[in-house]
Ligand binder design. Sequence first.
Ligand SMILES: *Cc1c(COP(=O)(O)O)cnc(C)c1O
Length: 454
Amino acid sequence: MQTKILLDEKQIPKRWYNVMADLGSAPAPVIHPGTLNPVTPDDLLPIFPMSLIEQEVSSERWIDIPEEVLKAYSIWRPSPLYRAHRLEKALSTPAKIYYKNEGVSPAGSHKPNSAIPQAYYNKQAGIKRLATETGAGQWGCSLALASSLFGLETTVYMVKVSFSQKPYRKSLMQLWGAEVIPSPSPKTNTGRRFLERDPDSTGSLGMAISEAVEDAASNDDTNYALGSVLNHVCHHQTVIGLEAIEQLKIAGDSPDIVIGCCGGGSNFAGLAFPFVRDKANGKDIRLIGVEPSSCPTLTKGTYAFDFGDTAMLTPVTKMYTLGHDFVPPGIHAGGLRYHGSSALVSQLYNEGIIEAIAYAQNGCFEAATLFARTEGLVPAPESSHAVKCAVDEAIKCREAGEEKTILFNLSGHGFFDMTAYDSYLSGQLKDYEYPAEAIAASLEKLPTVEEPTV
Ligand SMILES: *Cc1c(COP(=O)(O)O)cnc(C)c1O
């Protein structure tokens, strides 16, 4: 009985899958934040290379992965698929549980799957520097790594409270050559404005996005890079699901349930989208996105046009949203604290192709602790949401006497998040109620966009 199912380096997928080719209806247009008319590629050129803008709007089912990107992927890909024999035994479940381990990347999460191609395409376009934002630091680290591999400079605007509370991810970014600036900063107009209003501001992801976008838009040799949400990021992440399909073939299995945690939606998209075709072709397969109950974008949000950031500088997209100025409670799964969801994940959810569920954090840490004590690996707090869902589904199988095959994504390891485990183990971790009033107040500020008829 194999524990790890491994592919050869030659078997890294040569193409990304674009789910846009298999959607039930055309995606909603992306709207310019200033004019509230549909954006054109020219509007995006000051901050993105044309190759990525093309991927953003492409409806081609397959996108070739450049040779240089495959070479960089080969540092850690193909990632292993594990059969969770020990966890299954601990749960006395007849279910088979498999997981992809994306924690084996140099940055410790799935995020380099998109950081690498984003750095590559920007280098090809003659760009010298990338500007980005980071909350807890996972995306900043991934982009710093990718930039160092392709000879680009990186400027990371890091939410000020994380800059002081999470020093090790900052060190890791600096080790890979990035300049890390606590946000809000006096370096940008938007940063100065935020600081004038509140000199002691501890920052937010929305503010940091605004600073990075301004930096990229006002410097010709600098572009912007985003770690989730956008269509091209979802495409890049599909290497996870495409590898999993090949690995499950070796094991002689195919999943009944596919699970991933959902922040902006990219790691879930990466694992689940390659199975959307099977589902569209009539296969009985459940695709479940898991979110924190403190930031329940899919399960409690509204499907509407909204801004991607607090300062209302980024394009307006149709997505499930809690409102662009909703600030979620400070849970430890920092990567899941985003007010919106990817347009593609949102559309598939709206069409009933995928499902969503929300959990409070204590239950997730409980599942992660069981996982660490049986499988040995320590899940990132974000990934613990997927672990919890897989455990719950396996328990349902035990109760119903059903032998289902469950596949989930372990999106990253938790070695930089031991403070979170400390709080859990010492009983100090708080579960937050669903913040209904804050969400309702924020949803009142959605922009009014007339959906163009196509
Ligand atoms: C950033 C992050 C997430 C959430 O982002 P998605 O775009 O929803 O995948 C999940 N897990 C880990 C380990 C992360 O670093």
